[in-house]
Design a binder for this molecule. Structure first.
Ligand SMILES: Nc1ncnc2c1ncn2[C@@H]1O[C@H](COP(=O)(O)OP(=O)(O)OP(=O)(O)O)[C@@H](O)[C@H]1O
Ligand SMILES: [Mg+2]
Length: 387
């Protein structure tokens, strides 16, 4: 194992019956690194995290977390890591103080240590004076910070945060990320999933996962290099959908996507002239308000890798199916919202933060960033998009 790697994942795979939720995923997370896990709903992020936390058995592959093999010693992993689950992180009917004490008990802290850590968490989360408030009565930002505090009571060197800021306002998200930065600076490795692109930009490295597969990995600048030889033009027009329809007929344009009211057109060749494209759009009847090259955003990268993985996945899956069933042209099983139905769910096991029997899952309201800033929350693009 690389002495600098806090997490080492090799060919990690998880099936739920025939459905492959995590498909041959390999990556490392370094000591003190903030590693962002990005992907659409159902991409396999939580399933990966649950395997790394020792909560779910991998079907195959390996993962070493803090020097411990998750398959051989899942309990050992659980003791050494902090985990904020996507579904549940606090007991709603317990107060701030009771939640801290409860989780301190789970992590086996003695009274002296608990007192010290309790003071730290209350201070860190800005909860001074709110110790007797029920968790369910806390506003979103405080809840998330308390949940984070409960996850780090035992001072773990590795922290898994599964969509910690879902539904939280932008200011609270910033505060939360300052805490993540502080933890990282103190040497804690943080693997965090998010649908917010501004948060992804704050990660040292990101991994994009789609349909269970790792589609890209690197710093945000590195993953944007997929566009090194394919410039992107941003086009503003009176009727963007019509402009997109026209652009889709231009041979030098690989694909188009709608970004809010603008169109992003990926060019096949870096020599294409923006003015020339604009002139042809105007000649075709579009009222073009502006056209200029634009630096790729993470959202561009995200859409691009999804296209590539989907294309290769389609042909590979089709081949597998053909060889298995002798089928010819059947569609691959649709993945969005897919997987096994809830009634078929298997292999679930509860960890410290998932032993929630009496509490409701965390409410996931649609607050936070506008849809245009999120990645993979829905299909993320216009149905008329060209591929
Ligand atoms: N216990 C289970 N039994 C069957 N299928 C499952 C189980 N857990 C997850 N899945 C399926 O595996 C796929 C990946 O789910 P996962 O929760 O890992 O996605 P995710 O990337 O975390 O998505 P989101 O952004 O919505 O949280 C989904 O299709 C899901 O329905
Ligand atoms: Mg998830």
């Amino acid at each position: 194992m690389d002495s600098n790697a806090a997490i080492e994942v090799r060919h990690l795979t998880r099936r739920f019956r025939q459905f492959v939720a995590v498909d041959d995923v390999s990556f490392d997370v370094r000591r003190g690194e903030i590693f962002g896990f990005l992907g659409s709903n159902g991409a396999g992020k939580s399933t990966t995290i649950r395997m790394l936390c020792g909560l779910l058995k991998p079907t195959s592959g390996s993962a070493i977390v803090g020097g411990i093999d998750v398959t051989r010693d899942p309990e050992g992993v659980k003791r050494r890591i902090g985990y904020m689950s996507q579904r549940f992180s606090l007991y709603e009917l317990l107060t701030v103080d009771q939640n801290i004490r409860f989780f301190g008990g789970i992590y086996g802290l003695d009274d002296a240590k608990l007192g010290e850590r309790r003071a730290f968490v209350v201070e860190m989360a800005g909860l001074t004076g709110r110790e007797s408030t029920l968790a369910r009565d806390l506003a979103g930002g405080w809840r998330q910070r308390l949940a984070l505090g409960c996850a780090i009571l035992h001072e773990p060197a590795i922290l898994f945060l599964d969509e910690p800021t879902g539904g939280v306002d932008p200011l609270s998200r910033r505060q939360f990320w300052r805490l993540i930065d502080t933890l990282s600076q103190s040497g804690v490795s943080v693997l965090v999933t998010t649908h917010y692109l501004d948060e992804a930009e704050r990660c040292h490295r990101v991994a994009l996962i789609h349909a269970g597969r790792l589609a890209a990995i690197g710093t945000t600048s590195e993953v944007k290099r997929v566009f090194a030889d394919r410039p992107i033009l941003e086009i503003r027009a009176d009727n963007p959908v019509e402009a997109m329809r026209q652009l889709d007929t231009f041979p030098e344009i690989e694909k188009t996507s709608l970004f809010g009211t603008a169109v992003h057109a990926v060019l096949r060749d870096s020599r294409v002239n923006a003015e020339d494209v604009g002139a042809r759009l105007r000649a075709g009847g579009s009222h073009v308000l502006g056209i200029a090259p634009v630096a790729p955003s993470l959202e561009d990268v995200f859409l691009d890798v999804i296209d590539r993985v989907s294309d290769s996945g389609h042909s590979e899956r089709a081949q597998r199916r053909e060889s298995r069933e002798g089928a010819t042209a059947s569609e691959p099983r649709e993945r969005s919202g897919g997987g096994a139905p809830a009634s078929e769910r298997v292999g679930e096991s509860a960890g410290p933060h998932e032993r929630a029997t009496a509490s409701e899952p965390r409410e996931r309201s649609g607050g936070g960033a506008p849809a245009s800033e999120r990645v993979g929350e829905s299909e993320g693009r216009s149905p008329s998009e060209k591929k």
